[in-house]
Design a protein around this ligand. Structure first.
Ligand code: ASP
Length: 434
């Protein structure tokens, strides 16, 4: 029976059992056993996630950007699409950041515990603060200087240098797009194949997630000596993420549609509802793509040529729900661990959440691995993932709804600006003109 359960349910179960084990261990005095024999499985799971992070971000960015080959031809529409996508993603990350700073879900967590955690991870944090101070002494452009690697192998060997890897991946893919021809087609299909392999690796690693989560949760509860404050914090964290996502769906997109969309807001919301429901149940914007395409063309009356171009790109690179969630998750983890983030670090979070959401595959829990990049970028302990992974599924469902709603919004905007809104069957040449 256990075998038939979907993965998210197993992860949830793993989390519950982990908490239970932790509480029993604290009560029965099995702390040392838990730390010696159970926690290592959690550490192995975390190591696997870290292991896959660099290849995943590199390959999916190269694949995402280089599949936009046509962009050079369709520079106007392409550029418009990408610029609006990036603006909405940055906005969503900023919404997340603002909310998490206002609601402070992690600070519900007992202060003595924060202190304990601060000491435990003190070395790491101090090192980070040291480098943050160093950065403040440097030129204001130091952030950009640090983004550019001078040695790609050194960057790849250090998980805290993810931004450098992203920089290299972007440069590499732009060059790949700029050199069309047979030789580079081989490189592209190599990356297509590699992307499939890496996604499979993620899939295999995630199968281990229920055990990993069990171990991490058990160790965490033992660490906190059965303190339930953490669960209150976790509840607040979920409320914060849901508030951010609902704000995007019910306020942000309708306002954007109202001002720039050329379509009535109730019609828009009614039109995309079926796609939203599919997104909610599948947790995968890629799997929802056929429904999104259908709704956007038949209900929102975006021309097929625009929808066929804008939506698939959106599924790959536009994830507003994901960037909002990543910003909240990163700061929440910082709050739980009692780490103060400077303004520069918060801005780094917006930037990395935007880039990481671009690199996130449109599959269930696609962004969990990517969150590591955000955490690393500001030196937050990856162990914090253990806290949030167990409650990720419902949040994943909702952020996938946001992701496809964002794609649909942008497709209406682009269609309107191109005068391609309101067509049912557009003339052949408009397809060709794309
Ligand atoms: N499940 C999300 C999607 O498919 C990605 C994520 O945020 O995990 O859009």
């Amino acid at each position: 029976m256990l075998k038939k359960l979907p993965l998210w349910a197993k992860i949830f179960l793993g989390m519950g059992l982990g908490v239970l084990w932790g509480l029993i261990a604290v009560w029965a005095g099995w702390e040392t056993f838990t730390v010696d024999w159970i926690e290592p499985w959690g550490t192995i799971f975390l190591r696997l996630l870290k292991l896959i992070a660099v290849p995943l971000i590199f390959v999916s960015l190269v694949k995402g950007i280089s599949s936009l080959t046509d962009i050079t031809k369709l520079s106007r529409i392409g550029l418009k699409t990408i610029v609006i996508y990036v603006i909405t993603t940055v906005f969503a990350a900023t919404v997340g950041l603002t909310l998490v700073n206002l609601m402070k879900p992690g600070s519900v967590f007992p202060e003595e515990k924060q202190e304990e955690y601060r000491q435990k991870f003190g070395g790491q944090i101090e090192l980070r603060q040291e480098s943050a101070r160093e950065i403040e002494e440097y030129s204001p452009l130091q952030f950009f200087v640090d983004m550019v690697p001078d040695n790609i192998f050194l960057a790849a060997g250090d998980n805290s240098k993810m931004l450098q890897i992203i920089f290299f991946a972007i440069l590499f893919s732009i060059a790949l797009v700029l050199v069309p021809g047979k030789g580079t087609d081989t490189v592209k299909s190599f990356f297509d194949g590699l992307n499939d392999v890496i996604l499979k690796m993620v899939d295999l690693i995630m199968r281990f997630a229920p055990i990993g989560v069990f171990a991490l949760m058990a160790a965490l509860v033992v660490d906190f000596s059965g303190d339930v404050g953490i669960f209150k914090a976790l509840g607040m964290y979920m409320v914060t993420v849901v508030t951010g996502l609902i704000f995007l769906i019910l306020v942000f997109y309708p306002v954007v549609i109202r001002i720039f969309g050329g379509i009535r807001v109730p019609d828009f919301l009614r039109g995309i509802l079926p796609a939203q429901l599919v997104a909610f149940t599948t947790s995968s914007s890629a799997a929802t793509l056929p429904v999104t395409l259908k709704q956007v063309t038949t209900e929102l009356k975006v021309s097929k040529s625009i929808a066929n171009f804008v939506l698939p790109i959106g599924v790959t690179i536009n994830m507003d729900g994901t960037s909002c969630y990543q910003a909240i998750a990163a700061v929440f983890i910082a709050q739980v661990f009692g780490i103060e983030l400077t303004l520069a670090q918060q801005m780094t979070i917006v930037l990395t959440a935007t880039l990481a959401s671009i690199g996130t595959p449109g599959i269930p829990s696609g962004s969990i691995v990517m969150l590591i990049i955000v955490l690393h970028s500001v030196g937050l302990p990856v162990e914090g993932l253990a806290l949030i992974i167990g409650v990720d599924r419902p949040l994943d469902m909702l952020r996938t709804v946001v992701n496809i709603t964002g794609d649909s919004t942008v497709s209406s905007l682009v269609a309107r600006s191109e005068n391609e809104l309101g067509y049912h069957d557009e003339p052949e040449e408009s397809e060709a003109s794309l």
